[in-house]
Design a protein around this ligand. Sequence first.
Ligand SMILES: Cc1cc2nc3c(=O)[nH]c(=O)nc-3n(C[C@H](O)[C@H](O)[C@H](O)COP(=O)(O)OP(=O)(O)OC[C@H]3O[C@@H](n4cnc5c(N)ncnc54)[C@H](O)[C@@H]3O)c2cc1C
Ligand code: FES
Length: 264
Amino acid sequence: MMFQENAEVLHNECIGADYYKIGLKCVSDYSIAKPGQFLMVKIADAPLLRRPFSIHRLLALKGKQQGLELLYKVVGTGTKKLSSYNAGDSLDLLGPLGNGFDIPENMKGVFIVGGGVGIAPLFFLASFLKDKGRDLSAFRVFIGCRSDDDLLCRGDFLELGMSVQFTTDDGSSGEKGLITEPLERAILQQKPDMVYACGPTPMLRETARIAEKHAIACQISIETMMACGMGACLGCVVHSKAHPDTYFHVCKDGPVFDAKDIRF
Ligand SMILES: Cc1cc2nc3c(=O)[nH]c(=O)nc-3n(C[C@H](O)[C@H](O)[C@H](O)COP(=O)(O)OP(=O)(O)OC[C@H]3O[C@@H](n4cnc5c(N)ncnc54)[C@H](O)[C@@H]3O)c2cc1C
Ligand code: FES
């Protein structure tokens, strides 16, 4: 099911550096959304049609689903414009789109790996699992970022009772280096049943390589450029590993894929 509506902006808060959280009051029932699904957002006066953003969190009031929240980084014209929206403004949303993460019943150990703003859909995944009554004690979160200013959602994951490890490229906080290094160390100590990842392509490539090397199931959410968002252009294609001449549309076939299916 997919909805289109003009949602009311509840808040649009700068959470440091160029990152914002925008809360949207929705009439549509987004409780049907799966973690990893995204919205196409029409930003007034921004060129081209819509911009894709992952659902970061569902908002509930007195237990009743009320809307959702997006976590975004200002990178260009559209996101700059989005950052100027105020409470009470309205924003045209289309969603939920895409396939979302597959969540097997019998997982015990789960490692969640986020790079930069790629952490956005992974928080929805963790809170969804918590709401479903999953025991998160053997779930671990690994966050990689450029510097301390780019470290997102650490407190949110800690509040869910998950252990969080993070790295920065410049060593300004946490361990200096790439997040895939502590990830592989942790896998060597205790192999999880599943790795979920979202972030820049080099991080996804290395995460997929490590998961395959240790024979662990791995799902990745890919954030390519998107023009139409509905399979009508070639703006978002990624190539199949098994059949290099064929490709997937991230907007229609993804954004979540089994890491083994993708040729990076
Ligand atoms: C499925 C999906 C989910 C996404 N979820 C989020 C999210 O939760 N939070 C978030 O901040 N962003 C997310 N993105 C990326 C987001 O859509 C882009 O950052 C946004 O469209 C940029 O719009 P803009 O007009 O500000 O940038 P533009 O002016 O169009 O471009 C500015 C710069 O950003 C680069 N850029 C644009 N789009 C992307 C992209 N998709 N990936 C990498 N670089 C890009 C351009 O190459 C250019 O250098 C997601 C993308 C996809 C495909
Ligand atoms: S964005 Fe046009 S086909 Fe995916």
